[in-house]
Structures are given as structure tokens and as C-alpha cells.
Design a protein around this ligand. Structure first.
Ligand code: NAI
Length: 478
């Protein structure tokens, strides 16, 4: 007889494994199917999805290693520290990253055992629906069909590739290949100045690559607050990243000598980029094919996303939910996690809620960029009367002590009610500092609330308070 579950989660990434844990906490009998083994030496499916295996976690490990290298190489002298010749052992750096990934994926297996979640090893797809619930075929080393009263689709996304550009993950790479270069290329080309392009471009630039980024949009970091994007472009250019916006990519050739990208620049002139390796980071597409969605009457939209109810993540098939990168909204691990928790609680009859306006965004460049809520340009477009307060890290003692004076925090608040509408940071530790803004916005705080809260001195968090004070033209240290 086939195994029967209350909840089967398809996909073991941040959306899926968190949904499985929350559902198990709520007393359901839960299974989670995963087929991707990534680079597992035994070919066993690995939990954690793109984020843990070939995304957020490994890229942050490499960012940290390359930051240390850059600090020792270029900033130790500012502190009076003398160092001799510094070199990087890229193989060791990659091995350290792989160790972190292995530890983390093993951690999720432990959590599954602790929460009595069954791991179904193989590709899961719908076969149909019977009296006992949905029938799901698991296609792995062992083949079986399980039944589930509820199903959560959390199959994530894959890198979007450009027509005519073959990604071999050696010379022309997406996020997967770009995380395992055995040495820094002399010349690195990047197509797409988005999150992945900038983060991985930064890693290899710090380790010695000459990096050229080709971006189709006329403006840089169009999703960011325009003031932050301008500051970022200035700082990245100073670091040596060459960023070309408004380009049109033509044909791309790769051979033993390297890669040649023909493109048209923003002035319409034909141009050529010769590089040793190329990263293609032009967005991601949802993994919604081969799921047998048609067998349960579900259709994807024109971009491959599964339509859902905005509040509950329920699909048109009763008892089937979808979360994370396969549905609308930002392709962010923490958004997927929150939707995973939400769906488990919806299945349990609870009434959870996600405020999508309060989801923070982070780009892990140096300095980091982070924001939550509306940008200044979005408020202008919507005709919202707002006030802006900005404060630079250069006027903060802790930032100076750390040698991290670049950047600023901008707080945007409603002109009448003072409610915080958006907070934008470019500067050291922005990924952590943004949490205060997300909490404040979830509680519908006013800029005055942040301004009245005691912030430890000396700390980078004082910049947030000063920016909040600046919305009322009363920053104290400027
Ligand atoms: P992205 O959407 O961040 O950026 C893609 C960039 O490529 C855009 O600027 C776009 O205008 C440009 N582009 C598109 N087509 C192009 C073309 N033909 N020629 C030149 N440029 C072109 O996508 P990215 O960087 O690939 O990241 C994928 C996803 O992964 C994103 O949704 C992101 O949210 C997520 N991610 C998040 C991270 C974080 O939260 N720190 C880190 C890495 C990825």
C-alpha cells in the first residue's frame, strides 16, 4: 500500500523545508520530496535548494573570503598593519565554501529526523486525485506513489539563459559555475547587473579579476531607490568594476582562448568584450514544468508561474498550495520561507498574514545595499506626499573606527502622518541594519518612533536614528 501523508511538500529549498518543519510542528504527518543532488559525492538528493547549495550561502562564503583578502591586501595598512605578499589559494577557499554547504544541508536532514518528516528521494509529480487525496509519483532510485491530502509546491527556480548563449558552466557560467572557479579569471565578463552579477562580480574582482558588467537596462539597479543606485554605481566604479548600461547583447563565442561577447553599447555603437570567463545572470525562471500540473487541472501563467490566492497561496486545486520562486513576488529565500510557514498554518486552519511591503531586500556587495518598503521614485509616481531624511556613515564614529565611512541611510516617511514608508541603506552591515526598519514598518512605526528609541553608542545603528531625525530636519550630529 502506498504511503499516505497529511502534507507532501515538493521541493526541499527554503520554502519547502521550512513548510515541512512548520507543518510537522502543527501535528501533521509530513513528507518532503527532493530530487536534486547538486554536487553530492554519493549522488544523494540534497536539501536546502538553490539558496543553500548554489546560491545565498555559498556566495556569502565566497564574499566573506574575498572580503578578508581585500582587507588584508588593501586596508590593513590603514590600521598600521604591515603584511608581506598576500596570495589566495582559491581551491582552499572553494573547499571552505563546500564544507559550509555540506554542514548546512546535513543540518536540515537532522531537522527532518527531529520533526519526523519523511524524505522522499526523487522527482515528484502529480498523477491525479483519488478518494484518499492527491497521488504523487516519486521517481528516484526507488519508485513509489504516495498520497497526500495537501500538497505544497516549492520547486524553486533555475537560471534564465539567453537564446544562442550556451552555458557550459566552465567558460560561460550561471550562478552554479560561477561559484566554483578554481582560480580568479584574468578578465571576467558579466551579463546582467543584477544581484548575482554584482555579488559574484565583486568576489572575483577582489581576487584579482578585471570585471566588466554589461546591463541591458539604461539605468543601473533600477529596482533600488534612485539615490542609492547612484551612490552604488559611483562606489563600484571606484573599486574598479566596469559597468556598462543600456547595452544590447549580440552573439557570444567561446573557445579555448576564452569568450567574446559582441554587443551594441548605449550609443548604438558595435562593441566587443573579450574575457576568460563569462557569467550570465539575467534573472531566473520558475521550475514548474514536469510536475504533472495538468493532471490536477492546474495551468501556469505566460511566464511559467503558478497562479495563487494572494493571501493563502492556495492554487485553483483544493488542498494544493504553491510558495516561493514558483509564484508571484520577489525570488527571495526569506519570502519563500515566510510563505512556507504561512501555508502550513493555513492548512491547520489558522489565519496567518504576510505584509509583502515589509520584506527586506539585500545585495551583498561592499558596501552592502538593503532596503524595505517604497523607493523615493515609487512614492513620487504614486503622488504620495513624503519627507526624506538622510544621514551618512562618514559622520558616525563607529563607522570611521571600522574604516567603513562609505554610504548612507535614507528614511522616507509620510509627510502628514510620519509613518515610515521606506528605508534604504548603502553601507557596512546594511543586511543587519535593515532589520530595525523592517520591524518598525511591520509595527507601522513613525520616523519619530525610531528617533525616540535609544540606540547604543557607538554603533552603526545610530545612523538609522539620525536619518529618522533628519526627516524632521533635526539630525543631531550633522
Ligand atoms: P536580477 O533580476 O537581479 O538581475 C538581472 C539583471 O539582468 C537585470 O538588471 C536585467 O535588467 C539584466 N538583464 C536581463 N536581460 C538582459 C540581457 N539580455 N542583457 C543584459 N542584461 C540583461 O537577476 P539575477 O542577478 O540573475 O538574480 C536572480 C534572482 O536571484 C533574483 O530574483 C534575486 O532576487 C535572487 N538572488 C537574490 C540574492 C539576494 O537576495 N542577495 C542573491 C542572488 C540572487
Amino acid at each position: 500500500m502506498s504511503q499516505a501523508f497529511d502534507v507532501v511538500v515538493i521541493g526541499g529549498g527554503p520554502g519547502g523545508y521550512i513548510a515541512a518543519i512548520r507543518a510537522a510542528q502543527l501535528g501533521f504527518k509530513v513528507a518532503c520530496a527532493e530530487s536534486n543532488s547538486y554536487d553530492d559525492p554519493k549522488g544523494e538528493p540534497r536539501l536546502g535548494g538553490t539558496c543553500l547549495n548554489v546560491g545565498c550561502i555559498p556566495s556569502k562564503a565566497l564574499l566573506a573570503s574575498s572580503e578578508e583578502f581585500e582587507k588584508i591586501n588593501h586596508h590593513a595598512a590603514d590600521h598600521g598593519i604591515k603584511v608581506g605578499a598576500v596570495s589566495i589559494d582559491s581551491k582552499k577557499m572553494i573547499a571552505r565554501k563546500d564544507d559550509i554547504v555540506t554542514k548546512m544541508t546535513g543540518g536540515i536532514q537532522y531537522l527532518f529526523r527531529k520533526n519526523k518528516i519523511t524524505l522522499l528521494k526523487g522527482h515528484a509529480s502529480f498523477e491525479g486525485k483519488g478518494a484518499d487525496g492527491y497521488q504523487i509519483k516519486i521517481d528516484g532510485k526507488d519508485k513509489e506513489t504516495v498520497t497526500a491530502k495537501n500538497v505544497i509546491i516549492a520547486t524553486g527556480s533555475k537560471a534564465r539563459h539567453l537564446p544562442g548563449i550556451t552555458v557550459d558552466n566552465v567558460l560561460i557560467c550561471d550562478n552554479e559555475g560561477a561559484l566554483k572557479f578554481d582560480s580568479a579569471p584574468k578578465k571576467l565578463g558579466v551579463i546582467g547587473a543584477g544581484v548575482i552579477g554584482l555579488e559574484l562580480g565583486s568576489v572575483w574582482r577582489r581576487l584579482g579579476a578585471e570585471v566588466t558588467v554589461l546591463e541591458a537596462m539604461p539605468s543601473f539597479l533600477a529596482a533600488c531607490d534612485v539615490g542609492i543606485a547612484k551612490e552604488a554605481q559611483k562606489l563600484f566604479a571606484k573599486q574598479g568594476l566596469s559597468i556598462n548600461t543600456g547595452v544590447k547583447i549580440g552573439d557570444v563565442k567561446a573557445d579555448k582562448k576564452g569568450v567574446v561577447v559582441n554587443y551594441t553599447d548605449s550609443a548604438g555603437k558595435a562593441a566587443k568584450l573579450e574575457c576568460d570567463r563569462l557569467i550570465v545572470s539575467v534573472g531566473r525562471v520558475p521550475n514548474t514544468d514536469k510536475l504533472g500540473l495538468d493532471k490536477i487541472g492546474l495551468k501556469v501563467d505566460e511566464r511559467g508561474f503558478i497562479p495563487i490566492d494572494d493571501h493563502t497561496c492556495a492554487t485553483a486545486a483544493p488542498g494544493v498550495y504553491a510558495v516561493g520562486d514558483v509564484v508571484r513576488g520577489p525570488m527571495l529565500a526569506h519570502k519563500a520561507e515566510d510563505e512556507g510557514v504561512l501555508v502550513a498554518e493555513v492548512i491547520a486552519g489558522q489565519k496567518p498574514h504576510i505584509d509583502y511591503n515589509c520584506i527586506p531586500w539585500v545585495i551583498y556587495t561592499d558596501p552592502e545595499i538593503a532596503w524595505v518598503g517604497k523607493t523615493e521614485q515609487a512614492l513620487k509616481e504614486a503622488g504620495v506626499a513624503y519627507k526624506a531624511g538622510q544621514f551618512p556613515f562618514a559622520a558616525n564614529g563607529r563607522a570611521l573606527g571600522m574604516g567603513r565611512a562609505d554610504g548612507f541611510i535614507k528614511v522616507l516617511a509620510d509627510a502628514k502622518t510620519d509613518e515610515i514608508l521606506g528605508v534604504h541603506i548603502i553601507g557596512a552591515n546594511a543586511s543587519d541594519l535593515i532589520a530595525e526598519a523592517a520591524v518598525a514598518m511591520e509595527f507601522k512605526a513613525a520616523a519619530e518612533d525610531i528617533a525616540r528609541i535609544c540606540h547604543a553608542h557607538p554603533s552603526l545603528s545610530e545612523v538609522m536614528r539620525e536619518a529618522a531625525l533628519a526627516t524632521d530636519s533635526r539630525a543631531l550630529n550633522m
